[in-house]
Design a protein around this ligand. Structure first.
Ligand code: FES
Length: 167
């Protein structure tokens, strides 16, 4: 996952938002793709990226944040270099999602949405991620995992930290 915020990224990001604005003329339909572009570019929607979106799209940041706050996968603050999203909808819950959450809490030593002290990880419970046939399921960044055991999930989390991606 990318890290914030270098000048060169801001220029490229502005060009990307401009391209999105042209693809989705008429204003507000450009909000979500622009927020996702910021998330992908910087790891979260930074204040600087909101400045760019306000200017290029002509939409106040209050509205940008209001739209973004509706989605689990858009953040307005740093949430770690890696993120774990555990589905706690019905299929996953019935197949052991709570044990995944408990294991993460114990392994990472943080609560949901808190970042580990080394900045490596955070976790969040989310609604259905479309992997019901693989319940209990989770995403680690964009990697789809399931059916998961607590042990398998913790192993994946440890791999991320051990191989240097998470340190
Ligand atoms: S209920 Fe968990 S992926 Fe659908």
């Amino acid at each position: 996952m990318k890290q914030p915020t270098e000048t060169v990224d801001m220029k490229a990001f502005e060009e990307r938002v401009e391209a999105i604005r042209k693809t989705f003329p008429g204003g507000r339909t450009a909000i979500l793709p622009s927020l996702l572009a910021a998330q992908e570019t910087f790891g979260y929607v930074t204040p600087e990226s909101l400045d760019v979106m306000e200017r290029v799209l002509g939409i106040p940041r209050g509205i940008l944040k209001e739209v973004g706050s509706f989605y689990h996968f858009i953040d307005f603050e740093f949430k770690g270099r890696h993120r774990v999203y555990v589905c706690t909808n019905l299929s996953c819950l019935l197949n052991g999602a709570q044990a995944l959450v408990d294991a993460l809490r114990e392994e990472l030593g943080v609560e949901e949405d808190q970042v580990t002290p080394d900045g490596a990880l955070s976790f969040r419970t989310v609604e259905c991620i479309g992997l019901c046939d693989r319940a209990p399921a989770a995403l680690v960044d964009e990697e789809q995992l399931g059916p998961l055991t607590p042990e398998a999930l913790i192993q994946r989390v440890r791999e991320l930290r051990k191989d240097g991606q998470g340190t």
